[in-house]
Design a protein around this ligand. Structure first.
Ligand SMILES: Nc1ncnc2c1ncn2[C@@H]1O[C@H](COP(=O)(O)OP(=O)(O)O)[C@@H](O)[C@H]1O
Ligand SMILES: [Mg+2]
Length: 320
């Protein structure tokens, strides 16, 4: 078998994480998750999107054994995360949303120690490799309290990778992170994915999900409202806009064009027509003919596909 092929996402393999009927009610009585059913495929990069308070961190923390579920089951790397906690956790790396580092430790010792926690034999070579990849090598002897926030975040990533996890969770990895770290981080993520690591991340930078993720899940009010291949999602839900650059500025849209629900933009110099790429008819032929009848001519026309961001906002709005 081609070794490269085995490194791609493997939809047929057993799921990396299998979440069944998962629910969470916090001690306060707040229901944070309700009947979550989700399989994360081995080798995929899955982006979990959702507004603040949707339940993303709760879900990740349950999979990682930090928060107890109220109902349902989670199997990660073939192990039940409750019954078989240690075995499951050893396969998981977590970069938590909150920075938690021990101020007086050095970078080297905190990352090496983390590896030991998961019962892995010492491997200075592996630790060196990840510290270099994360541009932390020249800080290896620095104490954590002397590091900037960005550097501490790099250390969190290094810790999560210290025991060579098969499954990596990144909870809001790019929130408040500088450009350089973002770039380094995406490079590391890309490399891990190429090595066959399953990656689940939450992000507010929807653009990144759009570019990086194989699949996207949207969570809102503790419920999964959508799981879809990123490309398929873009195609299926994507509204397209036809933008006509007008010959002459318009003050208002003639009444005879009302049925097309046009929008005037660009100071009256653009007409925007929105249509569904999935519809049997786009209505463009009719529109162009009606424009001709109304004596409206244009210099140029272009189309625009809506972004995942817009799709996301409209999903969350309609589900609220
Ligand atoms: N320990 C807790 N006790 C009570 N409510 C909590 C606790 N932790 C989180 N929540 C609530 O659960 C909801 C989901 O939180 P969280 O999982 O952090 O969402 P997200 O990561 O999507 O922003 C929020 O309304 C939050 O206030
Ligand atoms: Mg969160």
């Amino acid at each position: 078998m081609n070794p490269e092929a085995s490194k791609q996402a493997r939809p047929d393999a057993a799921p990396a994480v299998s979440i069944t009927h998962l629910g969470k009610v916090y001690a306060s009585g707040f229901r944070a998750l309700e009947d979550i059913n989700l399989d994360i495929r081995t080798g995929e990069l899955f982006a979990l999107l959702g507004p603040n308070g949707a339940g993303k961190t709760t879900l990740i923390n349950i999979v990682c054994g930090i928060v107890n579920a109220s109902s349902g089951t989670v199997v990660a790397g073939g192990h039940d995360v409750v019954r078989d906690y240690r075995a499951a956790r050893a396969r998981i790396g977590l970069v938590p949303q909150e920075l938690t580092t021990d101020a007086f430790e050095t970078v080297w010792s905190t990352v090496s120690f983390s590896r030991g926690l998961f019962g892995k034999p010492k491997s200075p070579m592996h630790i060196e490799k990840i510290l270099r990849e994360l541009s932390l090598w020249d800080k290896k002897d620095a104490r954590l309290r002397t590091l900037s926030g960005g550097m501490k975040r790099r250390v969190m990533i290094a810790k999560a990778l210290s025991h060579e996890p098969e499954i990596l969770f990144l909870d809001e990895p790019t929130a408040g992170v500088d450009v350089e770290l973002r770039r380094d981080m995406w490079e590391v993520v890309r490399q891990l994915r190429a090595d066959g690591v399953t990656i689940i991340l939450t992000t507010h930078y929807i653009e990144e999900a759009e570019q990086m993720a194989d699949r996207v899940g949207v969570i809102n009010n503790g419920r999964i409202v959508l799981v879809e291949e990123t490309a398929e999602l873009m195609r299926k839900l994507g509204e397209k806009r036809l933008i006509l650059q007008l010959h002459k500025r318009l003050d208002q849209i003639p009444g005879s064009l009302a049925e097309h629900h046009l929008r005037l933009a660009g100071g009256g110099e653009q007409l925007i027509y929105t249509y569904d790429t999935q519809a049997e008819r786009t209505g463009i032929t009719r529109l162009l003919s009606d424009l001709g009848k109304a004596g409206i001519t244009f210099n140029d026309l272009s189309t625009q596909q809506s972004s995942l961001e817009e799709i996301f906002v409209s999903l969350v709005r309609s589900a609220a």
